[in-house]
Write a protein that binds this ligand. Sequence first.
Ligand code: OGA
Ligand code: MN
Length: 293
Amino acid sequence: MLKIASSTATLGATVTGVHLNALSESEWRTIEDAFHEHAVLIFPRADLTEDEHIAFSRRFGPLERTLSKRTERQEISLLSNVGADGGVAKPDDKLGLFLKGNRYWHTDSSFKKVGAKVSLLRALEVPETGGDTEWADMRAAWDALDPATQARLDGLTAVHSYAYSQGQVGGTTLLTRREWVDLPPVEHPVVRTHPATGRRSLYVGRHASHIVGMDEAEGRVLLRQLTDDACRPPRIFRHHWHDGDIAAWDNRCVLHRGHPWPFDQRRVMRRTTVAGDGDNPWVIEEGAEAARA
Ligand code: OGA
Ligand code: MN
């Protein structure tokens, strides 16, 4: 029997008693409703194959192309500290610095013209200790602001830049020059409204560099302060991974970050990203995979 157990935080729930590779329509509707309510769903030991992971992800919408060409499939982003040569990344080598950025609160692809809708992260190999992922509820964060602050933020636009956020951690060298050309700074509203629930939420995180029309340093302080205040109990939810787990989160209304783990241990995760709505140059057109094959 499909069961949804909410966390004690304002976001997050655990879904059990269902096979994600053989969902009935009513099970899918229950999951989608729970996703809109809780914004983060954990499917413990879902044990999906890569094809099943992609197929389940597509229920949320068309997928987004991965940023760097570290995988054979454009649907899959590799979140792994194991390099192509099989060696484990060091904290300060190219791959180590590239991954380091994930330790800071962010929302996926906010540095792209259209931010990601949903991310679905699948654990293949997890370290013995550490490496948890944590999410923060930006709907509850908005609700907690006083009306004067809400009024001040409403209508502000932030500049999001991957060169800025990766520059902060020294992690700019994994992408090629050509890949950087496709990632100029972009603008997004600081407050957004969820299309399915109508709830308002803050849209901030580490890719947000500054505020349009505001002194750059001042905007940066404001963005950092908003994130710091937002990402506190009861608005945070944390998951300790086991092999085969899947987590799905709503990038439109939650931030997330990864916790560190002993750097000599392997951690291999693979992620699909559901493309945000609108004119999105990163969306994988239907049939593109077949056409490529
Ligand atoms: C991600 C991410 C954090 C982690 O998959 O987008 O930021 O814990 N992951 O791996
Ligand atoms: Mn991420």
